[in-house]
Design a protein around this ligand. Sequence first.
Ligand code: SF4
Length: 302
Amino acid sequence: MAYYKLSQSLIDRYGVKTYKLPINVPGSCPNRDGLRSRGGCSFCAEGAMDFELLDAKKSIGDQLLRNKEYIGSRYGAKKFIAYFQNYTATYRPTEELISMMEECLIEDVVEISLSTRPDCVPREMLEEIKKFSDKNSVQVTIELGVQCLNDQVLIHMNRGHTAEESLEAMKAVKDVGLNLAIHGILNYPGMDNQDVVDLAQACSDYGADRVKLHSLYIERGTKLGQLYEAGEIEICSFEDYFERVLLFLGHLKEDIAVERFFARAPEETSLFCNWSRSWRYLMGQIEAVMEERDFHQGQDRR
Ligand code: SF4
């Protein structure tokens, strides 16, 4: 196996095919509501909605049951991860978050995953989440949008947090005993190979359980979209992106599960996504490169 796929890691952990069930709940983000910034990240479309989510007016339980039925029958999944995907899941009072997590305790949900920012995981909240996890025998994963560990790039992204805050959050999540997933971008304008290696090394050194890579996509109406339309930024070729992914994986510990390499975005609102190639095509190409080179995850670690 050239790299440790998330699907395999979930079978290893839960014994059966396990899929994520996305949940849509109203929320906010400190990078939009003024606490950190009002503009949001350069690549984030207003509302930070995902095109696969159900109507936020439906209860969490309803959304999970509907998605469970659909995803269970379509993909043959037997266990599920309740996934708080949009906005900043932990940007709310702890009691409110715990109460939302309680709604996820339905049959066959074995894990809850919370997508958030490095500056929104206070230690006291993480400890309460860990208590909830132990009490209810359900795994909890904190998905941190780290993106990159280069402060100059983070400023251009208008992330509103520093690399140091990301490292502190990664440490805190593991210190309290929760699972840690890292979201990263390898081809934001201004990133170089050293940034790619630094991110892989930090994921390895700080005990990340999973990583999810997003190839940069550009949505209409975002700051990045404006720069792209004005011809002020360039995006590397997909062949160069493959090299970055291999560089990243080569420096990533073998037991860290990899969720994806490529972005998914709605075509109607995207100015650029995946070099106008299908996700399936790109996966086939990158896996062929891995096979040709007899590549395996972790091969470049010291
Ligand atoms: S932190 Fe997330 S939700 Fe907030 S602006 Fe950035 S990408 Fe959008």
